[in-house]
Design a protein around this ligand. Structure first.
Ligand code: ADP
Ligand code: GLC
Length: 477
């Protein structure tokens, strides 16, 4: 049995902005089921939601500040969760990273540096918790200073750093460095310095014993200039210590046979009932109830990564096709406004919901026929997993985890029953539109469509395999 400290800036259901929360809410549970002693470390944001008891555990003094550590449990797994309680940094409303205008909180460097220090104190058993991990598993830039700080310790646990997205690196002006009171030894081009700026993610990439990312294809992609954002050479240099492990999904939360947020539960042998969800979704989005029209859907953060511009460029054509389109998301205001304008001008075909809505997301997965995920890059992606499990065939671009988890419907894969969606290659609206048309042809052939839905729904996206891979890695370290 390994003792693992899982350090993360979000975890479902306590706090979520994206897929990292889904992973942090389900991978530790899977590792606990494999008999590991795993504890999650998370900042105690004001916006945290939990129905579990939260109680005081200890006070740690770092950088002349007293920081409380609170303890709670994950609600459906009993995994212990430690919350870093420092109100001056974390007790602000809303999003963990940005204010209501989408601007990064001005003291993000201080906030997450403090978080990283506390992780390092716990890792070296100096936090009065009487527990020392064998492994510290860090995630994304917000945790990047922890492997760097631990590299200076003579006795320390092994460190793993998982990249969920290279596009977010935690870059701050060089003048921030002295304010954070970090050891001078870490400030050099082989350390935390990146073109004379402070890079949090480099702490994870340069100092962790092993780097993982969330799909095998993305592990290759980030070693190229297109996806590495200037860190590709460092990643290539660390190639022998870099592995891609595909994300699993929480099969209990995302199961159409038991999902209580649906209008009707269903499974692969009972697919007619999926239609009831389609009608419920059309009603919820004020679209005409039209059982025969293919219903396209998209749920996402509205950012460049997700190829929203390609979707916008396809909409003028889609309006002339026999179909409907629903979208749930929020983010870039320009995308939000352009999407809403399309919906206003085409109210029987397009429905846009700007915002974040967990139960609507479930109903969309169940009620739509086709899920659009034309990402320009996608480290793993979870929605294409959820949609396959819900028999909603994804149209994805061949990149990162999308390439690793969706099998394109071509004659060969249709015949051998492995096809589970539509995959296209070029990052252009033209290629997406072609994929949409190809998908419509398949949709109009109900027997083939039904088989594709069953193929998708029967795929194994559980954590079983991937959690075993993490465990093997921990053991090697
Ligand atoms: P990313 O982490 O890059 O945002 P993923 O596909 O890995 O992409 O995970 C996104 C997660 O966030 C999924 O669980 C998805 O359902 C959820 N999500 C994104 N936007 C919304 C929204 N507006 N409302 C509800 N859930 C959302
Ligand atoms: C990131 C990526 C997404 C991935 C998620 C969880 O947010 O953008 O592709 O699924 O992390 O690993």
């Amino acid at each position: 049995m390994k003792k693992i400290l899982f350090v993360t800036s979000e975890a479902h259901p306590l706090i979520k902005t994206g897929g990292l929360a889904d992973v942090a809410g389900s991978l530790p549970k899977a590792l606990a089921e494999l008999g590991q002693d795993i504890r999650i470390l998370l900042p105690f944001y004001q916006a945290i939601k939990t129905n579990q008891e939260v109680y005081y555990r200890c006070t740690v003094r770092v950088n002349n500040s007293d920081v409380n550590i609170l303890e709670s449990r994950m609600q459906d797994s009993n995994v212990i969760i430690w919350l870093v309680d420092y109100p001056a940094y974390f007790s602000m409303p809303g999003n963990p990273y940005v204010d209501i205008h989408g601007q990064a909180w001005p003291n993000n460097a201080e906030r997450f540096a403090l978080f990283c220090r506390i992780a390092a104190e716990i890792a070296t058993n100096r936090a009065y918790l009487d527990w020392q991990p064998d492994i510290v598993h860090c995630n994304d830039w917000q945790t990047g200073l922890t492997p760097a700080l631990l590299s200076l310790e003579t006795t320390r646990p092994a460190t793993v750093f998982t990249i969920h997205n290279m596009a977010y690196q935690g870059i701050f002006p060089a003048s921030t460095y002295p304010q954070l009171n970090l050891p001078g030894r870490l400030w050099n081009p082989n350390g935390l310095e990146f073109h004379n700026q402070l890079s949090f993610i480099k702490g994870g990439l340069a100092f962790s014993d092993h780097i993982t990312t969330v799909s095998p294809t993305y592990a290759e992609e980030i070693q190229t200039a297109e996806f590495g954002y200037g860190l590709e050479d460092l990643l290539k240099y660390r190639q022998a210590h870099l592995t891609g492990i595909i994300n699993g999904m929480d099969l209990e939360q995302w199961d159409p046979a038991t999902d209580s947020t649906l209008a009707s539960q269903y499974d692969a042998d009972n697919l007619d009932k999926k239609q009831l969800n389609k009608a419920a979704l059309q009603q919820a989005m004020n679209l005409p109830v039209a059982p025969k029209l293919p219903l396209f859907a998209l749920i996402s953060r509205l950012v460049d990564q997700k190829g929203i511009d390609m979707v916008l460029d396809c909409l003028p054509e889609m309006i002339n096709m026999p179909c409907q389109f629903v979208l749930l998301g929020s983010g870039d205001k320009v995308f939000e406004e352009r999407l809403q304008r399309f919906a206003q001008n085409n109210p029987t075909k397009i429905a846009i919901r700007i915002g974040y809505d967990e139960s609507l997301a479930h109903l969309i997965e169940a009620g739509a026929d086709i899920f659009l995920m034309p990402s320009r890059f996608e480290p793993c992606g979870l929605n294409q997993l959820y949609s396959q499990r819900y028999g909603t065939l994804p149209i994805v671009r061949k990149t990162g985890g999308l390439a690793d988890t969706v099998v394109d419907a071509i004659p060969e894969t249709i015949n051998d029953h492995t096809a589970s969606g539509i995959v296209f290659n070029a990052p252009h609206a033209g290629a997406l539109l072609e994929a949409i048309k190809r998908c419509q042809l398949l949709f109009n052939d109900p027997k083939t469509w039904r088989q594709l839905q069953k193929n998708a729904m029967r795929k194994d996206f559980s954590w079983q395999n991937s959690a075993q891979q993490y465990l093997k890695l921990y053991e090697q370290l």
